[in-house]
Ligand binder design. Structure first.
Ligand code: GDP
Length: 359
């Protein structure tokens, strides 16, 4: 999301152009406002060299284009409420801010100031949350008449959130207990969502983007809430998305970039959400699967199929590093690097898993 004219559509076009072959991902949403991109992962390349599979399937990420957020959105201006409800459904927010000057491209506020833009949007999100919280407070006050002590606790928490929002502070980045976090997640507040700032710079500034005064401003602003900033040039990303293989590497090198902005955004979003990858690998297919850090083996298996979770017996596990060092599953087994793990095993990033289950 972001204000109008900051480069959202340009970036989103790059996302859909670079887009993954969605046929491999039956769970992905089919919607013109949703772009599916692959999560870049070098490990898949190495695993493919070991297994020579029929196909390699990377993990994917869905990006939703939330256009049209303007000042006054929380009052339903400019279809505002509809957009806010779209934001409610996402796991994390990529907030695009304009860090390029161009006299031909109007800025909604009349001048380019990324930090002011961030405030403008945050105010709308804050107001929308305030409305949610105030409605909930009314309800809780009614319910409290039943005498249930639970509602005293809820009311105190809601009033604390209300004060935070009134002070213009979001819910994100505050210290909450586990119980409070649980309650908060049920409220689906917009300012509770993890956020990543994308600073859209002019293509000529991309190689030295970190030195750009506006990018530095955004960085200082983001630091306050512990958020990350990724500088990109949306226009350049659109060009990169058209290229593949060597052409792409050459283009990136010429632009002074190591990897595309899109790859950096995807990687950062993955980290932001606390996601990790495990692999399944065989002759037919090498595939990356996404789980939340801390997921146990049966639930990790459930990502592949619910039957795998229900009938879970054991998992055969080898770490990516061990497997690559051994050179094959057979060699890894001979060297005792293959482990049998039960239902309490916490899956680690890079685990290569083989599940045994009852049907
Ligand atoms: P949106 O309203 O946020 O979706 O913004 P758009 O993607 O439509 O971009 C607004 C204008 O800014 C368009 O004319 C784009 O071509 C231009 N623009 C977007 N990104 C860049 C960029 O990286 N460099 C330059 N020079 N112009 C850009």
């Amino acid at each position: 999301m972001g204000l109008p004219n900051v480069g959202k559509s340009t970036l989103f076009n790059a996302i859909t152009r670079a887009g993954a072959e969605t046929a491999n991902y039956p769970f992905c949403t089919i919607d013109p406002n949703v772009g599916v991109v692959q999560v870049p992962d070098e490990r898949l390349v190495r695993l493919a060299e070991l297994f020579h599979p029929g196909r390699v399937v990377p993990a994917v990420f869905e990006f939703v284009d939330i256009a049209g957020l303007v000042k006054g959105a929380s009052h339903g201006e400019g279809l505002g409420n509809q957009f806010l409800s779209h934001i409610r459904e996402v796991d994390a927010i990529v907030h695009v801010v304009r860090c390029f000057e161009d006299p031909d491209i109007t800025h909604v506020a009349g001048r380019v100031s990324p930090v002011d833009d961030i405030e403008t949007i945050n105010v709308e999100l804050n107001l929308a949350d305030l409305e949610t919280v105030e409605r909930r407070i009314e309800k809780t006050r009614r319910l409290r008449k039943s005498g249930d002590k639970r509602y005293d606790w809820e009311l105190a928490l809601l009033e604390r959130i209300q004060r935070l929002l009134e002070e213009g502070k979001g819910v994100r980045g505050q210290a909450w207990s586990e119980e409070e976090s649980k309650f908060l997640s049920d409220l689906h507040l917009l300012t509770a969502k993890p956020v990543l700032y994308v600073a859209n710079v002019h293509e000529r500034d991309v190689a030295t983007a970190w030195e750009h005064p506006m990018v530095q401003e955004v960085r200082r602003r983001a630091r306050v809430e512990g958020a990350e900033v990724i500088p990109v040039s949306a226009r350049l990303e659109a060009e990169i998305a058209e290229l593949e293989g060597e052409d792409r590497d050459l283009f990136l090198a010429e632009a002074g970039l190591q990897e595309s902005g899109l790859d950096r955004i995807t990687r950062a979003a993955y980290k932001l959400l606390g996601l990790i990858t495990y692999f399944t690998a065989g002759e037919k297919e090498v595939k990356a699967w996404t789980i939340v850090k801390g997921t146990k083996a049966p639930q990790a298996a459930g990502v592949i199929h619910s039957d795998f979770e229900r009938g879970f017996i054991r998992a055969e596990v080898v770490s990516y590093e061990d497997l690559v060092r051994a050179g094959s599953t057979v060699a890894a087994r001979e060297q005792g690097l293959l482990r049998l793990e039960g239902k309490d095993y916490v899956v680690q990033d890079g685990d290569v898993m083989h599940f045994r289950f009852n049907v």
